[in-house]
Design a protein around this ligand. Structure first.
Ligand code: ZN
Length: 275
């Protein structure tokens, strides 16, 4: 799933092109992708977008008259693409906006399951839709992070991914951040000392900023991640093979030398915990 660095890179890319021309045609939209019917999507036609904004892993496209907000959540497999006039795109987009002059903003989703979503909302409804989200992870700071960590006793990998506590991090960047912070994914949030909290706060900023810079240059997953999805490859810090462990519904990657004092973590699948 695209996380904060990926979404922010897309936001920066889309900001100018989506606001260059008014919308000529809104749709077609896959029935499972468009989540709202009131206001109708045709209400966008003739209006101009003010640009692209981002909150957590979602993109927002407010109209420049301040009346409507198009909200996009790509989930795991959704992808957004801006096509210039005449550029060929997918035959059956999950959602499409066509601008005057012929350029298009196209949402595609691989696979049969349509999980990505598009909502057309009033600004007040958009605010309500996003109200459950915690503060943005990038630039959070030591003090705020310390409060969040102390708020409930949670394993760090799970806490970092909880969008209600801090927004924008998913499983890939949680792996990268915890490696840089030299912390175990299973360490309990309330057991961190001051030094560890400071390391985690710095790692969140450093890793998300590194990701954003790479994604803006179009870097692939392989070139962006150093720990995530690198099972058996040497840790770039110490050379120990990267290990993995199943946790809840996620696969967690970590370095046993840098993060867990040589200990190999045991599977903690949800099904096993519930037994
Ligand atoms: Zn290592």
């Amino acid at each position: 799933m695209p996380e904060l660095p990926e979404m922010e890179a897309w936001r920066r890319q889309l900001n100018d092109p989506v606001s260059a021309f008014p919308i000529a045609k809104a749709g077609p939209a896959h029935i499972a992708t468009l989540k709202t019917y009131d206001p109708p999507i045709a209400m966008l036609e003739g209006r101009r977008l003010a640009g692209a904004e981002r909150r957590a892993k979602r993109l927002l496209f407010p109209t420049d008259d301040g009346e409507l907000v198009l909200l996009v959540h790509l989930m795991t497999a959704g992808r957004l693409k801006f096509l210039r006039a005449g550029e060929t795109g997918p035959k059956t987009p999950a959602f499409q906006l066509e601008f005057q002059g012929g350029s298009r903003l196209v949402l595609t989703e691989a696979g049969a399951k349509k999980r990505a979503g598009v909502w057309l909302l009033t600004p007040a409804a958009a605010e309500a839709e996003l109200a459950h989200l915690g503060p943005e992870a990038l630039g959070l700071g030591v003090e705020r992070l310390g409060e969040i960590l102390g708020g409930e006793s949670r394993r760090l990998h799970s806490l970092l991914r909880d969008q209600r506590l801090l927004a924008g991090i998913g499983r890939a960047w949680a792996n990268e951040i915890l490696h840089t912070a030299r912390l175990s994914p299973f360490q309990l949030s309330r057991e961190l000392d001051e030094d560890e909290i400071a390391r985690l706060a710095a790692a969140i900023d450093d890793e998300l900023a590194r990701g954003l810079e790479l994604r803006e240059r179009g870097a692939s997953d392989k070139k962006t991640y150093r720990v995530h999805d690198k099972l058996g490859e040497p840790c770039f810090v110490c050379g120990t093979p990267i290990a993995r462990v199943d946790y809840e519904e996620h696969t967690v990657y970590y370095c046993p030398e840098c993060q867990t004092s040589g200990r190999v973590l045991k599977d903690r699948r949800l099904s096993r915990l519930l037994r």
